[in-house]
Write a protein that binds this ligand. Structure first.
Ligand code: PEP
Length: 249
């Protein structure tokens, strides 16, 4: 089944507004004839600035997180209503840095997924195992649990608004990449999990991105795999000179 490639850049906690605007301008120009689907996810403080630059282009605005509540007394959190207000279309949830540094569990991530969907956002749900989990032979079990729990009570009508990003934690920001074969095997497994939950049609259509030290020189081999439908890029998304060749692989 033909699926469109989806290449997303997660800028994490980098860039002032001026730096974010400047990178966005470069990307709009460089990707205007790009064949794939594109997204950038700047810090909350730069969302409005970046939206002003990419509005009307083929690049979607993403956020890196959201609160699990709509609004209220939640000091330091950012709500879906505020994200909608500044042009965000897609929210990245369950990133490994949220799971492991900020201790977000599957139940919290699921509440965020459902709230984001309720407010009309698309979601990139990140899943992936730690090194010790891989070495203990638990990579599939971890990815299954994070997928099933993350999508709990997400109905069949909403599954088309979900992208899964398989990001083995040991490959994020480390320069170590899963081999295309290892990544593809987990992608195929996640697709099987989606098939069990939502049926073969949904499983055939769902986009499963790979993330973890994707670079210009390894992107093509990863994307050539049957079940790898795009990339969620961290470090290499911070400069046009590395993100553009990935986006135009
Ligand atoms: C990420 O943060 O989602 C990521 C994959 O980072 P990097 O590309 O730097 O490994």
């Amino acid at each position: 089944m033909a699926r469109n490639y989806f290449i997303a850049g997660n800028w994490k906690m980098h860039k002032t507004r001026a730096e974010a605007a400047s990178l966005s301008l470069e990307l709009v120009a460089a990707l205007k004839n790009g064949k794939h689907k594109y997204l950038v996810a700047p810090s909350f403080t730069s969302l409005e600035t970046v939206f002003a630059v990419i509005k009307g282009s083929n690049i979607i605005l993403g956020a890196q997180n959201c609160a699990a509540e709509e609004q209220g007394a939640h000091t330091g959190e950012v709500s879906v209503l505020q994200l909608k207000d500044v042009g965000v279309q897609t929210i990245i949830l369950g990133h490994s840095e949220r799971r492991h540094i900020y201790k977000e569990d599957d139940e919290l991530i699921n509440r965020k997924v459902r709230l984001a969907l309720k407010h009309g956002f698309d979601v990139i749900l990140c899943v992936g195992e730690l090194l010790e989990e891989r070495e203990a032979g638990k990579a599939e079990a971890v990815c299954k649990r994070q997928t099933v729990e993350g999508l709990k009570d997400v109905g069949a009508a909403d599954i088309s608004r979900i992208t899964i990003a398989y990001e083995p934690v040991w490959a994020i920001g480390t320069g170590k990449t899963a081999t295309p074969e290892d990544a593809d095997a987990i992608h195929a497994y996640i697709r099987k999990v989606i098939s069990e939950l939502y049926g073969a049609d949904a499983a055939g259509k769902i986009i499963i991105q790979y993330g973890g030290s994707v670079k210009p020189d390894n992107v093509a081999a990863l994307m050539a795999k049957e079940n790898i439908d795009g990339a969620l890029v961290g470090g290499a998304a911070l400069k046009a000179e590395t993100f553009v060749p990935i986006a135009k692989f």
